[in-house]
Design a protein around this ligand. Structure first.
Ligand SMILES: Cc1cc2nc3c(=O)[nH]c(=O)nc-3n(C[C@H](O)[C@H](O)[C@H](O)COP(=O)(O)OP(=O)(O)OC[C@H]3O[C@@H](n4cnc5c(N)ncnc54)[C@H](O)[C@@H]3O)c2cc1C
Length: 419
């Protein structure tokens, strides 16, 4: 469908200009066929602050390689009983600061007259007369598609009402600077479990950016958030007791909460295509999202280039990762085994690269079997069977609901014909 550009009509509308929205924009700008499309981007924030630091692993030169702030080729894993140096080659563990993505996307679109940015609250997205729409500032904007990464109240409610697992990955981090050179900026601590586990799975990661600078982040996988002062105390204790650092200045602070869940977020409704966290692209068992956003926004762009409907479908064999995620969530949620023990068994028995591929939903069946054989079968098998049963039960419920709706719809139609 060719749209005629008027003030409130665009080819595409992107609601939410965070990681997913801007990754999609950059992919679209890369494509000669799509470069001239008119695009409206709406966000209630001006995106002028570094509000997130994204870390991920990648083998090749990535699409956003020019934005990589730092990378590490060696990762360290600590528990009370062992320290492992993880060989991750050919992967590199990379870091991108969100402000660099925001600024880069703005600068790439600055000279494009057909790209408009609007700072406003998006109050609704939907479909009308074959077009998608987004409402902001009491104006309705139309486009062939709305690519949405905002979690609206309705979806939030559906999430809260769902009987899915709702664990939280919550963390606070400081970029600290020391006077003396204390860090090896070629090695990053991926997980340090030498911290108190009484409030659930807790670990720290240390990402050195220079010999005197590092991002140190205290992370929990559990059910409840904690007061900000508690993270501060824990960070201070960790720096003092584990790293022996007493004198430092805090240059930046990062705080975040990522849902760890097996809730099925709505992927699409008509021509409104959800993306990012709003589409459930966050891996339920780890919170990693960045690389799924990169992969899926690339696939959406490919569909647009080939004039296909831009929907992300999970391939049949990939669906097994949903079961693995639910199983791990089941084990953690029900305290069947501690996160510390699970990760220790995995990293001490398996190649780090296999685990990274597993976390990327990219491992082979052989790797999956090896990984599963590293954890106690009795715990994980019973959790997996539990999850399979729940999934079937949910499917049957949905089917039953669909049949009931269909029957009542037929009844209404029949009654109207008879009358
Ligand atoms: C602090 C933090 C650190 C993270 N680190 C990592 C990491 O290292 N690796 C990893 O893989 N994942 C990480 N994640 C998870 C995930 O990658 C990020 O949350 C990522 O930003 C998700 O992208 P998104 O586009 O879905 O959401 P966002 O980037 O949050 O974008 C959503 C946008 O919608 C806007 N918005 C919301 N409501 C409205 C509204 N009503 N009207 C208008 N605009 C609205 C927001 O301002 C925001 O810009 C992190 C998450 C957090 C919170």
């Amino acid at each position: 469908m060719q749209l005629i550009q008027t003030d409130n009509h665009f080819d595409y509308i992107i609601t939410g200009t965070g990681c997913a929205g801007l990754s999609l924009l950059l992919h679209i700008l890369q494509e000669p066929n799509l470069r001239d499309k008119s695009i409206l981007l709406i966000d209630n924030s001006l995106k002028e602050k570094n509000d997130k630091t994204w870390c991920f692993w990648e083998k090749e030169i990535g699409f956003l390689e020019n934005l990589v702030h730092h990378f590490w080729e060696e990762l360290i894993f600590h528990t009370d009983t062992e320290t492992l140096t993880l060989d991750i080659a050919p992967f590199k563990y990379k870091m991108i600061r969100s402000i660099d993505l925001y600024n880069y996307a703005k600068s790439r679109s600055l000279k494009k007259s057909k790209i408009k940015w609007l700072q406003a609250d998006v109050t609704a997205v939907g479909n009308e007369n074959g077009l998608a729409f987004a409402k902001a500032n009491n104006i309705t904007y139309y486009g062939q598609y709305v690519f949405n990464s905002i979690v609206f109240e309705q979806e939030q409610k559906a999430f809260e009402l769902d009987t899915c697992y709702k664990l939280l990955q919550h963390f606070k981090g400081w970029v600290i600077e020391t006077k003396e050179p204390l860090f090896d900026n070629k090695k990053a601590t991926f997980m340090d479990f030498r911290v108190d586990q009484k409030d659930g799975c807790a670990f720290v990661y240390v990402l050195p950016l220079s010999p005197t600078k590092a991002l140190v982040e205290y992370t929990f996988f559990n059910k409840e958030l904690i007061p900000q002062e508690k993270y501060d105390d824990l960070l201070k204790q960790y720096l003092k007791n584990q790293l022996g650092i007493n004198e430092y200045s805090i240059l930046e602070t990062e705080y975040g909460v990522i849902p760890m869940t097996n809730h099925r977020f709505k992927k699409q409704e008509g021509n409104v295509i959800n993306m990012g966290t709003a589409a459930g692209w966050t891996k339920g068992s780890s919170g990693f999202t960045f690389q799924f956003i990169q992969k899926n926004t690339y696939l959406i762009t490919e569909s647009l280039v080939h004039n296909k409907f831009p929907q992300i479908k999970t391939r049949f064999f990939e669906k097994r990762f949903n079961l693995f995620d639910s199983t791990l969530l089941n084990v953690l949620y029900n305290n069947r085994m501690t996160g510390k023990d699970i990760f220790q068994q995995l990293f001490s028995k398996q190649k780090a690269t296999s685990i990274l591929r597993f976390l990327d939903n990219n491992s082979s069946i052989k790797e999956d079997i090896k990984i599963m054989s590293s954890v106690p079968l009795s715990i994980f098998l019973s959790a997996a069977l539990n999850e399979l049963f729940n999934a079937v039960k949910k499917k049957v419920n949905i089917l039953f609901f669909d049949i009931c709706s269909l029957v009542s719809e037929y009844k209404i139609q029949l009654q109207s014909i008879i009358h």
